[in-house]
Design a protein around this ligand. Structure first.
Ligand code: SF4
Length: 162
């Protein structure tokens, strides 16, 4: 979804967004039941926790550096290829709830996009991505995270949540 502004090769070299520490457990992707089943086919020992209509993976153990990886991440990259969770397809854009209003923010951990001019990030949202994100969140509200301090807000939705 971000191919126009983010090269696949940049992501392949980085993978930071697939590795977490105990402070960003809340950032792990939300999987649909279909994606959860796909991961289980390859890694049957993976445990999941249900989250509204989706699933997040259960963190079993941290590495010596205090990190843990998404179970879909292998040495060759994400096993989900083109069927990654929506969260991952829009990364580093995030959708968050700020005092009852949905907004699109950006994660600072993605150097590649975070260092672009804000106007470029917002223009790309206006080209249709923002509508797509808000529409998906209508049917999958579990992807909307509570606002997390430090995430610059790029765009508010015009309507307030009920
Ligand atoms: S699902 Fe794939 S892209 Fe998303 S965090 Fe896991 S390994 Fe990374």
């Amino acid at each position: 979804m971000l191919k126009k502004i983010l090269k696949g090769s940049s992501c392949a070299e980085c993978r930071l967004c697939c590795i977490f520490d105990r402070y960003d457990v809340w950032e792990t992707p939300v999987f649909t039941p279909e994606i959860r089943d796909k991961i289980l086919e390859v890694k049957p020992a993976t445990k999941f926790i249900s989250k509204d209509n989706g699933y997040i993976f259960k963190v079993e153990e941290f590495s010596d550096e205090g990190l843990f990886s998404c179970p879909a991440l292998t040495e060759n990259g994400c096993i989900l290829s083109d069927s990654k969770p929506f969260d991952c397809r829009i990364w580093p854009y995030r959708i968050m709830n700020i005092s009852g209003r949905r907004a699109i923010t950006i994660a600072s951990i993605c150097d590649e996009l975070y260092n672009r001019p804000l106007s470029q990030l917002v223009d790309f949202l206006k080209e249709g991505l923002a509508d797509e994100i808000f529409r998906y969140a209508d049917s999958h509200p579990e992807i909307v995270k509570p606002y997390y301090e430090g995430y610059p807000v790029l765009m508010f939705e015009t309507k307030k949540l009920d």
